[in-house]
Write a protein that binds this ligand. Structure first.
Ligand code: ZN
Length: 502
């Protein structure tokens, strides 16, 4: 959009110009510009109308005086300069006087009105907006995430906006109820058949349109604050549909539905690659950064879970970015994930330390190493005082969301650790507990996996190797599959009804 509007090629001249929007504090006006050559000019009387500027014209003498709050500015007919408070200011083109109207080049208006009004005056050429005073224009960006069974479209905004989401045949639209928005996005095509296109159509409603693909089944929308954004989640047919049925094109045909397929205990998993951005995590002796290893492992695990188990999987971050601990669990909660897996790499000052560890949340760390680890990875807020010293603080932690899921978290940690041990040969380490802040707010079974010691030269090499990453991802996938089977068996034994009794 930006590039289109900035361009002023000659073939556009014959078309009537688009109005220019004047944004004042609490007011919006549209003014039609006058085009002369390559220059757009605005009738000055329409610009300063109602803002307390008085004008004294002297067409014969060829000057116009503007007065505001004891200050004065002068414009001169046919001249590309103005005088403001006695100082001369150059304008990009000449001021014109036509049919009783003073016309001022739009680009030059800030140089005259800014100092005259003693306020911020800005011309935003790309948006065709002239701002007078303190007016914030919301900036919008779009990010898309594609996984096997879902597409996430995130509208990030510089301020909270009450977006209007509408599902229409073949598309979902989002209207932005603001006078002017600064959109840094034009169009994106997506693969996978759930969402085909994301486009900014613009117009009065600043409409975004998301074109739905053949695999689309449903859309969920929710808002997040700080940073403000609208998250749209487009889901494909449920995970119980085998991928090859979809690939064969049979999904579009009305296939007879099996009578109430049993609900899987695990459908959605959120994987959290630890650290990111400036916050690099631990660093290996050869310089490998934890934040990079965790992202690589998370992506491989996502592929394994989507392709191997047919699960719906989201990452809390899919690029090198900083992300607060609380936000990571918030993402899992928003997705109503059935499992939350935070991935890390361990570090120790003792050079021999090696192997994998799987943690779930507790108020007390199971040993000193675990306590130190939890401190390094981000400890829960109430883990400061020595355990047992303040039962009220302990209560705060146990009040938190994760407290309800500890039994399942422990079961998941065991299954994952069993499978990891087969790859890493670290049976001795077992599952541990520590007050990790990233687990506290999770409203589902949640574990933290320390895949290996990045501080150990040989394990650092392994952590950076794709083959080993694939092995770890496969082990995590098997652990999750075993946990799911356990849960399904339990649900079967318990009969119909709530699937968890703990
Ligand atoms: Zn870490």
């Amino acid at each position: 959009m930006t590039a289109l509007l900035l361009a002023g090629p000659s073939f556009l001249y014959s078309a009537p110009p688009d109005p220019i929007v004047l944004l004042l504090e609490g007011q919006r006006r549209e003014v039609l510009p006058v085009v002369r050559g390559a220059i757009e000019l605005l009738p000055l009387d329409q610009v300063v109308e109602g803002i307390g500027v008085t004008t004294r014209g002297d067409a014969a003498g060829g000057a116009l005086t503007l007065a505001y709050g004891g200050r004065e500015a002068e414009l001169y007919r046919g001249k590309s300069l103005a005088s403001v408070g006695g100082e001369l200011r150059l304008l990009p083109a000449a001021v014109l006087y036509e049919e009783g109207r003073w016309l001022v080049p739009v680009e030059g208006l800030p140089r005259v009105l800014g100092p005259l009004l003693g306020r911020n005056v800005e011309w935003r050429a790309a948006l065709r907006v002239l701002i007078l005073g303190d007016v914030a224009i919301p900036r919008l960006g779009v990010t898309t995430y594609v996984s096997g069974d879902a597409v996430r479209v995130v509208l990030e905004s510089s301020e909270k906006i009450p977006f209007r989401v509408l599902q229409e045949p073949g598309r979902v639209t989002v209207a932005v109820p603001r006078d002017v928005v600064d959109v840094r996005f034009t169009q994106e095509r997506l693969t996978g058949g759930i969402v085909d296109t994301v486009e900014f159509l613009g117009g009065k409603e600043h409409l975004f349109a998301i074109g739905l693909g053949r695999r689309f089944q449903q859309v969920k929308a929710y808002e997040q604050e700080a940073p403000a954004r609208l998250v749209l989640e487009f889901l494909a047919a449920p995970a119980t549909v085998k991928p090859r049925e979809v690939a064969g094109g049979a999904a579009a045909a009305p296939t007879p539905k099996p009578a109430a397929p049993p609900e899987r205990p695990v459908r959605t998993v959120v994987i959290d690659p630890g650290h990111g951005g400036e916050e690099v995590g631990a660093q290996g002796p050869a310089g490998t950064l934890e934040k990079d290893v965790t992202l690589a492992l998370a992506r491989k695990l996502r592929a394994a879970l989507v392709n191997g188990l047919g699960l719906q999987v989201f990452l809390t971050r899919d690029k090198d970015q900083e992300l607060p601990l609380d936000e990571r669990t918030a993402i899992a909660n928003n997705y109503k994930a059935d499992l939350f897996i935070s991935i890390h790499a361990n570090a120790s000052r003792s050079h021999g330390a090696n192997g994998s560890e799987v943690y779930f949340l507790s108020y007390q760390a199971s040993d000193d190493d675990s306590r130190r680890l939890a401190q390094r990875e981000g400890a829960a807020p109430s883990s400061g005082p020595p355990p047992g010293s303040d039962s009220a603080l302990a209560m705060i932690l146990w009040d938190m969301a994760q407290a309800e899921h500890l039994q399942e978290s422990s079961a998941l940690a065991s299954r994952i650790q069993e499978e990891l041990a087969k790859v890493t040969g670290s049976e001795g380490r077992g599952i541990k507990q520590a007050p990790f802040r990233v687990l506290v707010g999770a409203t589902m079974p949640a574990v933290l996996v320390e895949a290996a010691f990045i501080s150990h030269p040989e394990e650092e090499k392994l952590l950076g190797s794709e083959a080993w990453q694939n092995k770890i991802a496969a082990a995590l996938m098997r652990g999750i599959a075993l946990y799911e089977a356990d849960q399904a068996r339990r649900a079967g034994l318990l009969g119909p009804g709530p699937r968890t009794g703990s």
